[in-house]
Design a binder for this molecule. Structure first.
Ligand code: SF4
Length: 829
């Protein structure tokens, strides 16, 4: 294990000892930390890390430690709601709500057909939920409109893996991070988005060991601060950088010729595409110094082992899939895959977004089956005992396509499960109009920005109140047990899905109920049969075994009963025509390849190298919108804050939105620290305080995307562009154009007034008044002179200690709320 020792992070709020600790897994991010839930008087009262779990050895990050507060939030929904004739959501019974849901579903199926209904789910559900969504959606409704917020998060992971290796599933895992010589964190602010995994990397570095750390990010983040080399490139130039690196690697012959010859196809085309990318061109496009590019290329060209991780800085940028494929290309030409300490590791964001991809709730058919291969469709039809002609053929449809269908009246019902698209979707003002034209069903534990456009709201159980499995970013299946029953009136997503299937009378071809399992465990047994023989085979897993081993990585079957640490150790890839999960797409245009085109590639078990074309972002700064806008997460919050916003510690740490502006841009615009400014893009405008920093590049502003209340006007996604990557269809959140406008009162100087008296009157420091008005010494102002009065807000965000170097007595404290830690290495369970 990477960790030298365990350290039990614990956050409990209880009078006296807790009654019991219940085995679980953190439900926030894709790192997948093991934990125990504290229960007292049948109520969740806290959490502690699982010291034996290899992922975290007891450690938890701030979001993980505080996730349980939301379970006890007084505004939990406890009854279904339906929208009445006066356009208000009013309480109703489950029967009434479900009858209406079913009636509306039947009406839409009758009038618009199967593709009149879309299911849009989450990355925070369980395997059993997703598998049931796949079965209901594909074999029950016969719809191909299954997507999830994973489209905004990890769709690019999936497509990059399909294109290069023929199947989903990250080749490398956490153990490789422990063993590698070099880590490249590409668009991956791991210190804030996966805090415990960052600690794991840093724990080696604190011992004076490797890895050498390369960070690629246009912002100087906490992660970048820890790097040996930080490549702070111009937004939207990821692929240009990788082309420049590959150019150097090829020119210096730092390649594994034997690996390339025996285990890849497409080398010549790939080499040709990087030919023009010498240091001059790469430096010119990326804005990076030539010496830095050369130095990184040498490190990547010579390192004996390498793990490259990617996250939203790659996935949500221009050339997203191409960027991740280029990283795969790099590993393949160096032969750094399938070996200890090596491999591309395209991350997931949410705790179980990978599960959704694996079991077919989103993306392709269950267990890595190819929706364009009749053989795979036939297999699914046999496994589900349905007519194969009822299963739709071809690649999945994405959320932006669904929005188009809503706008054009072709989508009659949108079923939204445990996600909040009215904050998370790009260009959300357009999305809201589309939702308002559609019958919307929302499953959630709370009223959210999305329930404002819902016609039915179904209250759901949360983490700790339901049972199931989650798959983290490195293919590890983890178990979540039930700590307490859901509040009265609330149901788990799984049982809502089963109820819907029963009421809709979905049948197999023999007239038996399509869904016959009645519990998550029975569902998992059915899933295991579906997974048999496929890349994500889980036939040798059980809930008990997963718990006993604190997680198991797929594939786990008779041949590999203890799971699989890394993929492709035999260097045989899933690129045989009847094995591959997809015939792929042209990486430059997104056009789907036919089976014949795929065959012509001739991969047959070899990995595929691609020639890739760099395209700059579709939207760029202009004279009217002269700044780049990028968005992202804070360490204190997760996504739309439905849970983290209800944890007092996290809410207090970061209660509102803001915009980060580089100091030189702030000076040009005479913006004061904390001044409320208007950020305007071609799509919308928000008003937020300015944080003046030197961590973004000049010409770039950053807005955290968590804050989406319709009342507050701080939503980053009022601004973002809704273009998508041509292959993965993931929105390009990271590159839009914007401008900053001042919002100021005017004040005319009258007899007897001084700058000091004006500042006092408007309650701002006199220095800020001078700065705002670009006044120079001796600061004279005459009667009748007009001065601008900025409005200043407090945007102090407490600093976060990205790793806790003292084990039992960490210096990390977030608030005055009771936060205790055990003195012994392991607490009572
Ligand atoms: S790193 Fe992720 S999984 Fe681990 S405690 Fe934090 S939020 Fe949870």
């Amino acid at each position: 294990m990477a960790w030298e020792n365990e350290r039990i992070d614990i956050n409990v709020y209880s009078q006296g000892e807790v009654d019991r600790w219940v085995y679980s897994t953190c439900n926030i991010c894709s790192v997948g930390c093991g934990c125990y839930i504290a229960v007292k008087d049948n109520k969740i009262v806290g959490i502690k890390g699982n010291g034996e779990h290899p992922v975290n050895r007891g450690r938890l990050g701030p979001k993980g430690e505080n996730q349980w507060y939301a379970n006890n939030s007084p505004d939990r929904l406890l009854t279904p709601l339906i929208r009445n004739a006066s356009d208000n959501l009013v309480p109703t019974t489950w029967d009434t709500a479900m009858d209406l849901f079913v009636e509306k579903s039947r009406e839409v199926l009758r009038t618009l057909g199967p593709d009149g209904i879309a299911i849009y789910s989450t990355g925070q559900g369980f395997l059993e939920d997703y598998y049931t969504i796949a079965k209901i959606g594909r074999a029950g409704l016969c719809s191909h409109l299954l997507d999830a917020n994973t489209r905004l998060c990890t769709a690019t992971t999936q497509w990059a893996l399909l294109e290069s290796f023929g199947a989903d599933g990250s080749p490398a895992g956490y153990q490789d991070i422990d063993e590698t010589d070099t880590i490249m964190l590409f668009g991956h602010n791991i210190a804030e988005t996966g805090t415990v995994l960052f600690e794991r990397i840093m724990s080696r570095r604190l011992r004076g060991e490797k890895p050498f750390l390369i960070v690629v990010d246009p912002r100087r983040t906490l992660t970048a601060d820890a790097a040996d080399i930080h490549l702070q490139l111009i937004p939207g130039t990821n692929l240009a950088l990788l082309h420049g690196i590959m150019h150097r690697i090829l020119r210096n012959d730092w390649i594994d010729k034997s690996f390339v010859a025996n285990h890849t196809v497409g080398f010549d085309e790939m080499a040709k595409s990087v030919e023009p990318w010498n240091l001059d061109l790469t430096a010119q496009v990326t804005g990076l110094p030539k010496e830095q590019i050369a130095s990184v290329a040498e490190q990547l060209g010579k390192t004996p082992s390498l793990v490259s991780t990617t996250l939203q800085g790659a996935f949500q940028s221009a050339d997203a899939t191409s960027t991740c494929i280029a990283i795969n290309n790099l590993h393949l030409v160096r032969g750094l895959i399938g070996r200890p300490g090596s491999g591309p590791f395209h991350m997931a964001g949410q705790p179980s977004s990978s599960t959704n991809r694996t079991v077919g709730g989103v993306g392709s058919y269950p267990a890595n089956r190819n929706p364009s291969n009749p053989k795979h469709i036939q297999e699914m039809a046999e496994l589900w005992n349905v007519n194969p002609s009822h299963l739709e053929i071809g690649p999945e449809k994405d959320i932006e396509h669904m929005i188009y269908l809503m706008e054009s009246g072709q989508l009659g019902l949108f079923w939204n499960i445990h996600t909040n698209p009215m904050v998370s979707l790009p260009n959300r003002l357009r999305a809201r109009k589309a939702f308002e034209k559609t019958f919307v069903v929302v499953q959630d534990a709370f009223l959210t920005e999305t329930t404002e456009v819902a016609d039915i709201v179904l209250p759901t159980a949360m983490w700790g109140e339901k049972e199931g499995l989650m798959e983290n970013a490195d293919r590890t299946l983890n178990l979540c047990e039930i700590a307490v029953p859901p509040p009265t009136g609330v149901k788990a997503d799984f049982y809502i899905l089963l109820d819907y299937a029963k009421r809709m009378q979905f049948m197999d071809k023999d007239g038996n109920p399509l869904i016959q399992y009645t519990t998550p465990r029975e569902c998992f047994e059915e899933w295991k049969a579906v997974s048999r023989g496929r890349p994500s085979d889980m036939t040798a897993m059980t809930y008990e075994k997963i718990k006993k081993k604190n997680g198991i990585q797929w594939p786990t079957n008779e041949q590999r009963p203890h799971g699989t640490t890394r993929l492709y150790e035999d260097w045989v890839f899933h690129t045989h025509v009847d094995d591959t999960q997809s015939f792929g797409k042209d990486p430059n245009t997104g056009r789907e390849r036919t089976k014949e085109e795929f065959k012509r590639i001739g991969a047959n078990g070899k990995a595929i190298l691609y020639g890739l074309t760099y395209y700059s972002p579709a939207e760029r700064p202009t004279p009217e919108f002269p700044l780049w806008l990028t968005t992202g997460r804070l360490v204190w919050h997760w996504h739309t804050r439905t849970k983290t916003g209800r944890a007092p510690n996290l809410h207090m740490a970061a209660p509102q939105g803001y915009v980060e502006i580089h100091i030189t841009d702030a000076e040009k615009l005479s913006i004061c620290p904390g001044e409320v400014v208007r950020v305007v893009s071609p799509r919308g405008r928000i008003e937020v305080p300015a944080r003046i920093v030197d961590t973004v590049l000049p010409g770039l502003v950053f807005v955290p995307f968590h804050f989406g209340s319709w009342e507050q006007n701080q939503a980053a996604n009022d601004l973002t562009v809704d273009f998508v990557d041509p292959v993965s269809k993931q929105p390009i959140f990271k590159q839009s154009a914007c401008r900053i406008e001042r919002i100021r009162e005017k004040h005319i100087i009258t007899q007897g007034e001084t700058l000091e008296s004006v500042a006092k009157k408007h309650r701002i420091p006199v220095d800020e008044l001078r700065r705002a008005n670009k006044l120079a010494p001796p600061y004279r102002i005459d009667i009748g002179h007009e001065v601008e009065i900025p409005s200043i807000a407090n945007v102090v965000i407490p600093p976060y200690t990205p790793f806790r170097e003292v084990d039992v007595n960490p210096r990390f404290r977030q608030s005055k709320l009771p936060v205790t830690r055990l003195d012994s290495p392991r607490g009572k369970e």
